[in-house]
Design a protein around this ligand. Structure first.
Ligand SMILES: Cc1cc2nc3c(=O)[nH]c(=O)nc-3n(C[C@H](O)[C@H](O)[C@H](O)COP(=O)(O)O)c2cc1C
Length: 151
């Protein structure tokens, strides 16, 4: 039996939140994650991706290798990783939100989070992503984009 694990990383990108290219990235990742029973949440904020990805250790490690090679982002830094007793995003093959929904900086300020330690930041980041997943209902990016287009 392979161990269930997670990776939380951040990377830098020139992609624009909610652009067509970003939508294609998220849609295709969602399809592939469903097939491999990977779940998690991607937040896209001011040129930075924050991504929590979880699943069985082997497919997760393979996916992380592919993600690390992806030219659509750079300077990937793993903030936390390890075994995971229970999935944090069981219903999200690939949740997505961006600063246009709620910026991480705003959230940190609203929650009076003082980040002095790496581990505190990783825990705060997970709480933020879980909150975003709750707010977006992990709806498909297509429906988010459609909702935005019809506003
Ligand atoms: C920030 C970011 C997160 C990504 N997350 C996933 C993901 O969770 N699942 C996935 O299948 N692809 C994800 N991708 C896309 C992969 O990097 C890669 O393009 C895709 O798995 C296809 O891999 P391949 O070109 O080696 O076949 C992500 C890309 C970026 C830039």
């Amino acid at each position: 039996m392979t161990e269930r694990s997670f990776v939380l990383y951040r990377s830098e990108t020139r992609l624009t939140p909610r652009s067509e290219i970003t939508r294609l990235l998220v849609d295709s990742a969602r399809r592939s994650n469903r097939e491999q029973a990977l779940t998690g949440f991607l937040h896209h904020d001011d040129g930075i991706f924050f991504h929590w990805l979880e699943g069985d250790a082997t497919p997760l490690a393979q996916m992380m290798q592919r993600i690390a090679r992806d030219p659509r982002h750079s300077n990937l830094v793993t903030l936390a990783s390890g075994p995971l007793p229970a999935r944090r995003f069981p219903d999200c093959p690939m949740g997505y939100s961006s600063q246009t929904d709620y910026s991480l900086l705003r959230w940190l300020a609203d929650h009076s989070v003082t980040v002095r330690e790496h581990a505190v930041f990783a825990t705060a980041l997970l709480s933020f992503l879980e909150e975003r997943a709750g707010s977006t209902g992990c709806q498909s990016s297509r429906s988010i984009w459609r909702a935005k287009a019809s506003m």
